[in-house]
Design a protein around this ligand. Sequence first.
Ligand SMILES: NC(=O)c1ccc[n+]([C@@H]2O[C@H](COP(=O)([O-])OP(=O)(O)OC[C@H]3O[C@@H](n4cnc5c(N)ncnc54)[C@H](OP(=O)(O)O)[C@@H]3O)[C@@H](O)[C@H]2O)c1
Length: 224
Amino acid sequence: MDVAGALPSVGYLGGTGPAGSALAARLASVGYPARIGSRSRERGEEVAAELRAKWAARKLDVTGGDNVFAAASDVIVLATPWDSAAVTVAELAEQLRGKIVITMANALVRVGKEFQPLIPPRGSIAAHVQAAIPHSRVVAAFQHLPAVELGALDHEVDSDVLICSDDPEATAFVSDMVTHIAGCRPLNAGLLSNALAIEALTAVLLQLNVRYKTRVAPRFTGIN
Ligand SMILES: NC(=O)c1ccc[n+]([C@@H]2O[C@H](COP(=O)([O-])OP(=O)(O)OC[C@H]3O[C@@H](n4cnc5c(N)ncnc54)[C@H](OP(=O)(O)O)[C@@H]3O)[C@@H](O)[C@H]2O)c1
């Protein structure tokens, strides 16, 4: 993956949305080449061009295409809505074989002013995704980082990032990725079974945003 000291490329399935495009810009700004994916090649190319133009002075290595194009990257981020996550990766299973696939999806519903977590099949989206692509190395991470903060490259992102996976090497890889983001601290939150709690916590964070008219991100005390 690490060719001549270069950082691995990262492909974003559904990378045209606020979350995927913000993470792509952020990680590209610290050296991870980004490949924005979409159901539409033109849309993927368009969003990549927008990011390059927005941050022209930073000369971001961001290109775009369809999800097949993005899936050819070294590492994959799954950034679709929760209800299309498993279907999206299942269609690309052969391309994703053996690769680290990071899911940042949250299953939520908004009822009036209240955010409520949903329990997807197998208990979490991450577990559902892992079942859909059993030969890939699924990691749950980045669920709690607000896209607006992630995409504001002139500011640090002040947050811990909870990471869980059944593959210790994949957890270590994503932890290293997180340490490249100024202001973020990676925390190993255990096995993929804990993704349930991580994903559900997002409903609480969004509720806090509404209640306190802000954008919160988690920080845990007591860890040196
Ligand atoms: N927004 C945030 O602040 C934030 C923060 C952390 C995590 N997340 C999570 O990250 C994920 C993406 O968030 P988002 O706000 O960027 O979502 P989004 O804008 O609703 O969707 C992201 C992209 O997914 C693709 N998509 C939509 N419906 C699809 C379908 N039925 N099948 C396949 N692809 C589909 C679309 O890309 P194309 O039309 O180009 O294919 C869309 O641009 C969500 O699961 C969310 O819970 C969001």
